[in-house]
Design a binder for this molecule. Sequence first.
Ligand SMILES: [Zn+2]
Ligand SMILES: [Zn+2]
Length: 375
Amino acid sequence: MSGKDYYEILGVGRQADAGEIKRAYRKLAMQYHPDKNPNDKGAEDKFKELGEAYSVLSDPQKRTQYDQFGHVGGNSGGFGGFNPGAGFDPFDIFREVFGGGFGDIFGMGGSAGRRSARGRGNDLQIKLRLSYEEIAAGVKKKIKIRKQMVCESCGGTGSAPGASMTTCTTCRGAGEVAYRQGFFSVSRTCPQCQGQGEIIEHPCKKCHGEGRIRGESTVEVDMPAGVSNGQYLTIRGAGNIGLRGGAAGDVIVLVEEEPHRYFERHGDDILYELHLSFAQAALGDEVEVPTLKGKAKISIPPGTQNGKLLRMRGKGITHLNTGGAGDQLVRVNVFVPTKLGEQEKRLLKELAESECMQPPRGEKGFFERVKEAFV
Ligand SMILES: [Zn+2]
Ligand SMILES: [Zn+2]
């Protein structure tokens, strides 16, 4: 996405708490609001940028991700969920911040929290633990979630079947009421009808007029190959349904890598520690090693040194969105025997005399070789 510094945009420190971030946004958004700066493209852009910064830093999950990766979401393409270009409205954020604050002062509307004026349901976040094998190949999973669903008894209207509804007199059915705040005319959710525009005479008994009830549903997650810890996938419209037929929120699926008993992940490369006997390393051999896609053979050249990294091309994790794959690196660990019988000791002593058993001097050490292999 962008390399923007959201903290700098809002003029707050990295440790700023939620209140500080909100105050900074309110102050700057007022200053740069297009109503106050007509025909000023610079102010408009700044206003949009403020909205983007606030939408990320005010959401604990997005903020953590941003702090960790410098951006929100995945590397590129359709993965990652958050794309301020699509479906992102800086005016929505402005309304949310100012409208919510106003509601609180009068002791109404505040309990709805982040519910937008349009009555959209909340997002749900689920963690999905994935093994390296699943990450390497990509995986489809069905996950059961508990969420608010449409009440079938009233079809989501919240009104008892057959009962009538009347138009709200406060907002005349618009669901929003406008008020002035400084230079602006700001609208907020109608407190009389909670944005519905209609008043229910007889609430549905099953959902108590909410038009939704808690239930269980299954979401299908199609996780692409190559994802990593902390990245997430957004399934639009799979979250909680809104109040009385309002739009559904999203399900945000957060990736959690499962540690592997054999492998260590380095980007899209996979490291495997191979243990060889001295004889195998000296004479060369062909051995079987586990990979993310089953067992594979690897040949050990004669004279392989301890710490040597052998590379199995394309046996690592598939690159996210771009195709191709990382490698499996196999690090050789030459085993030095610790329990020797009399006969072995005698044979080794005999061998040790030989000229070719003497280690060379002044050659690069193990750590340098490892470093070189990783570049
Ligand atoms: Zn109902
Ligand atoms: Zn109303």
